[in-house]
Design a protein around this ligand. Sequence first.
Ligand SMILES: [Zn+2]
Length: 354
Amino acid sequence: MKREIISLASLLCAVAGVSAQEAATAEGDSMRMDTVREAADSLKRDTSDVVVIRRVPLESGRTIDDEVIVVDTIPSSNEGVNIVLFNDNTWRYVRNRSISADDDTVFTSDWDTIKLQAYGIELKDMPVSVVIDLVDSLKSYHYPHVGKINSKYGVRRRRSHQGTDIDLEVGDPVYAVFDGRVRISQYQNGGYGNLVIIRHDNGLETYYGHLSERLVKPNEWVTAGQVIGYGGSTGRSTGPHLHFETRYKGQSFDPERLIDFTTGTLRRETFLLKKSYFSIYSKFTQDFDEEIKSEEEDRKIAAQAAAVQYHIVKKGDTMGRIAINYHTTVSRLCQLNGLKNPDRLSIGQRIRVR
Ligand SMILES: [Zn+2]
């Protein structure tokens, strides 16, 4: 057990940017939980800027089951976030829902546990593009079900098919894809049959239709990999399959943009969701070239996020000099820091330069 904590601590130190030497010293000393806490706390300082920390993700497709046991839960300095240690040396952040739920508008505004369409936003008013963090320090991922695709997103016999149909056997487990909260769990006569809709921290909603059995209730918090129901053929269905939808603010887009259902893997960690994707004619397989481009964009965004850098203002510093030193411009610095008057710098002020 001690060994596990030590390796976790050095991992936390490495992630938190603590030098290798400090980490080594910490390992040499008798390791106490406090040190782990400190390392954990340093991770969460300056939460507004912490976008670069990525936890070691759970293996795609790993189910949260009896084999993995929670060893300990450690608070971090951000009371809305705890760190959970597992017995297989992995760890992850878990939201302290009792605290973070109150100010998390994702789960309070446009929240309806009866009506399927909770949002009143029309397609024309949707943003041109939005960056969705699929897997970051807090969120993990699990496939909903792995299987052959029976029917893709798109127009099918003159009807809009707003999801992907994945082949399964009645009774196969169906998993929550990301962490989140169940918004809908109800029987939809003639359509979805037994339907579960989960809203996730990243703002996406996922729909799971035709289930034979639902295991979750509205307002319940779920974790990625949790079994939320069993596969079936209820509602308007010609045979057992999972009807799986991905939506943002009520608008559907091709789930294959996110998940390769034949392997169960997530295609990317950061997803640039474009308004054009909300068209029923916009399919993942048709836009392969565009996908490659968007992958490049995704990588650029991730690299930019990882490259965030600060300068602490010293005596004699001017905005112009800082700009030159960091190979940037004064107007870019003003933009990054939301400054109106670049002449007013104070010693010790932290300026974002990248
Ligand atoms: Zn379907």
